[in-house]
Design a protein around this ligand. Structure first.
Ligand code: BTN
Length: 246
């Protein structure tokens, strides 16, 4: 997957509202936008379905990857799913459709895929990644459903003092993504996704309030689910996972 990461292609900033919003600004203002935007701290992180994404300085990885070489791509969600697979390989965790990173059923991180306009008005895929790195615990409401790399893999940090260093991990992840093959169809990605998949059998809520159970992934990367005894295909924007979502 082509990402402009060399030289000033990996932008590091101290603090921003959201790396997604900063990426949006850079896309319209720069002729040659960076391939990665990393923030040591986000004050208004954004999750899927308009939810807030909470992170804490030094304990979280917050980064957006800008796929400038792939404007107007017909199936942008496949890029988000591929980024999740690249991350799952690096962090020894699983993926849950559409692109949650999970370890033993608990959420370790999330991926948000957006199409954002560049200076030429073309829609560029921007994939935001948030990973819990060094948290030793979570607030009461999140504790049963969230985890961190520190809790999942104690003693294996990529940094000093058994800490996962956010910037170091982010660089490693961006490199990994850039080495990953760009999927042009679900058929390309299916064998890799299958290595990490933890979706099957999970219950989730549809936009219309019905509960459905995941059966597998459909022909274009949609979720194949069963609701009221009927098979149904669900697009990423329409499904809200129940237990385990945050
Ligand atoms: C989810 O809801 O699971 C997706 C969370 C994505 C969070 C990341 S953190 C970096 C980037 N900037 C944001 O504001 N959101 C994404």
């Amino acid at each position: 997957m082509t990402l402009h990461l060399e030289g000033d292609g990996f932008l590091v900033i101290e603090e921003t509202e959201s790396t997604q919003r900063l990426a949006e600004k850079l896309l319209t203002e720069c002729q040659n936008p960076p391939g990665a935007v990393f923030a040591h701290h986000q004050t208004q992180g954004k999750g899927r379905h308009g939810r807030a994404w909470l992170s804490s300085r030094g304990d979280s990885l917050t980064m957006s990857l800008i796929f400038s070489e792939n404007p107007d791509t017909p199936q942008p969600w496949l890029i988000g799913m591929a980024v999740a697979c690249a991350a799952a390989g690096l962090f020894h965790c699983q993926v849950r459709w559409p692109n949650d990173l999970v370890f033993r059923e608990r959420k370790l991180g999330g991926v948000l895929t957006e199409l954002l306009p560049n200076a030429q008005g073309r829609q560029v895929p921007v994939v935001g990644i948030g990973i819990n790195l060094n948290q030793k615990g979570f607030p009461e409401d999140l504790a049963p459903i969230a985890t961190s790399l520190r809790l999942a893999h104690p003693g294996s940090a990529l940094g000093d003092d058994a800490e996962w260093e956010p910037l170091k991990v982010a660089r490693r992840l961006a490199e990994r993504v850039s080495e990953f093959p760009m999927p042009t169809s679900w058929a390309d990605l299916r064998p890799i996704w299958g290595l990490f998949d933890a979706t099957q059998g999970k219950e989730f809520k549809l936009g219309d309030g019905r509960t459905a159970r995941a059966i597998g992934i459909g022909p274009n990367g949609e979720l194949l689910a069963e609701a009221d005894g009927e098979p149904t295909l669900v697009h990423a924007a329409d499904a809200l996972f129940g237990p385990g979502s945050r």
